[in-house]
Ligand binder design. Structure first.
Ligand SMILES: [Zn+2]
Ligand SMILES: [Zn+2]
Length: 99
């Protein structure tokens, strides 16, 4: 259920995502959509997983994206999965890394 599997990591490095992400950030003026602080992480509302990581309708669809600041992104994930309890945390780029 983790958003950042090996497959997902490849995706996050892809040119298509970099471009999609950049245009999305511009479209929301670079602000967190929940609290209006400067946004940092483009979050997928429908989380990326091993099944959908190659589906552009999920991964590259602006309708499935949300620009969040670090705090709001942490809240989003901690509330649903509590990744910290499973030995993961977010680094400053919003990547889930093993503690
Ligand atoms: Zn926020
Ligand atoms: Zn996220």
């Amino acid at each position: 259920m983790l958003e950042h599997t090996a497959e997902a990591k490849k995706f996050y490095k892809s040119r298509a995502w970099q471009k999609c992400r950049a245009t999305y950030i511009q479209s929301v003026f670079g602000l967190c959509e929940r609290c209006s602080e400067p946004g940092k992480i483009v979050h997928h509302k429908k989380y990326i997983n091993a099944q959908n990581v190659n589906d552009p309708y999920i991964t590259l669809n602006h309708d499935n994206l949300e620009l969040l600041c670090q705090d709001c992104h942490n809240k989003e994930h901690f509330e649903k999965y509590s990744p910290l309890r499973e030995g993961f945390k977010f680094d400053d780029k919003g990547n889930l890394v093993e503690v």
